[in-house]
Structures are given as structure tokens and as C-alpha cells.
Design a protein around this ligand. Structure first.
Ligand SMILES: O=C(O)CCC(=O)C(=O)O
Ligand SMILES: [Mn+2]
Length: 190
């Protein structure tokens, strides 16, 4: 458990052998897109590779600006089902991030887009290399970090996105890859 009440860490949600096998399958089967994008006429390179999968009818500005929505693969559906059963919560989308090595990263942000609603509840599964997940308070100097190893499920409670920013910092020594899946519930407008 961490000092942060709004995070819950479940180590060995998948055991080492299962995690390794899922990591390898995702690496091979995800059909990773290029990481160069053009937004509003400007080109930029994302420091990782991403795919976005959602139920039919789900639209999310972050991904729609960058990524095409894909359907669920059998493997991603199985993982979703296991996490939903464990948390007793249903998700309708997943963002899959591949950090090819320690040079790939995600900068400081909160997952608080309007489409995630007032209370964004996010479950994040790590496979492959261990990386540091850093967080810092939006208003105070409080900060901290947790090491996320393969097979760990990190649950971000809704208030985490309200109060904290998070990032996966560069780890230049690291040569191995890591895949992270963040399961989300995009609110469908009525
Ligand atoms: O890779 C991680 O653990 C975090 C990814 C993340 O923050 C995101 O996709 O929003
Ligand atoms: Mn995030």
C-alpha cells in the first residue's frame, strides 16, 4: 500500500508466467501504429506507442485527435473481464501504451477529460519491465512514487485525478519494454 489513499496497488494480479505471456502476445498482436501524429497541422512524435479500443459508439477526444478507435481483441476482452469481475465495475475502453525501453515515457498529466465524467475511475495493468509511477499534488508540494512491476494492477480512485498529476519518467538505463493498459469508462451522452 502507498502513502496515497487514492491509489490501490494489487501486486501479482497476474502471476509472473501469465504476465510474461500476455506481454509477449500484446507485443506481437497489437499491430502498433506509428508514433508520429499531426494535430492542427503540426507534426509531433509521441514518446511511446499507443492503441485505443472501445465499445461501439464510444468517442473520446484524446484518442479521437490522435488514434483510431479499435475493437476489443479476444485477449483485451479477457483482461477486461478479469479486472471488471475483481473490481465489480464495468469499463468501456482501454488505452494501451507501449514503452519500448526506458527512453519512452509519459509526461505529467491527469486523466480528467470531460468524457470521463466527474468521477473518473481507472484501472491500470502493467506488463513487462518495472517502471516508476510518479505522482505530485496539483496544489501542494506533496509527491511520491511507486514501482509498478509486471502483473501489478493499480487502481486510481476518482479523487486521484482531481488532486494529483502522474507520470512515468524516463529511465535511461532500462532496455526492456513495458506495456500498460488503462481501463476507462467514457460517459456516453444521453
Ligand atoms: O503507463 C502507466 O503506468 C501510466 C499511463 C497513463 O498514465 C495513461 O495512459 O494515462
Ligand atoms: Mn494517465
Amino acid at each position: 500500500m502507498t502513502a496515497n489513499k487514492e491509489l490501490r496497488v494489487i501486486e501479482h494480479f497476474y502471476d509472473a508466467a501469465e504476465s510474461d505471456s500476455i506481454y509477449r502476445r500484446l507485443l506481437l498482436e497489437q499491430n502498433w501504429p506509428d508514433n508520429r501524429y499531426s494535430v492542427a497541422g503540426r507534426e509531433f512524435m509521441l514518446p511511446r506507442l499507443q492503441t485505443w479500443h472501445a465499445d461501439p459508439g464510444i468517442s473520446y477526444s484524446y484518442s479521437n485527435n490522435l488514434l483510431q478507435t479499435r475493437s476489443w481483441t479476444p485477449l483485451l476482452s479477457d483482461i477486461r473481464q478479469k479486472i471488471e469481475h475483481f473490481l465489480n465495475f464495468s469499463f468501456n475502453s482501454v488505452l494501451v501504451n507501449l514503452y519500448r525501453n526506458g527512453e519512452d515515457y509519459v509526461g505529467w498529466h491527469a486523466d480528467n477529460e470531460a468524457e470521463l465524467g466527474e468521477r473518473p475511475f481507472i484501472a491500470s495493468l502493467t506488463l513487462g519491465a518495472t517502471r516508476r509511477f510518479a505522482f505530485r499534488h496539483k496544489k501542494t508540494a506533496e509527491n511520491g512514487s511507486i514501482l509498478l512491476g509486471s502483473g501489478t494492477l493499480l487502481v486510481m480512485q476518482p479523487d486521484f485525478q482531481h488532486h494529483w498529476l502522474h507520470s512515468i519518467p524516463i529511465d535511461s538505463e532500462l532496455t526492456q519494454g513495458r506495456i500498460n493498459l488503462t481501463f476507462r469508462k467514457v460517459i456516453v451522452p444521453k
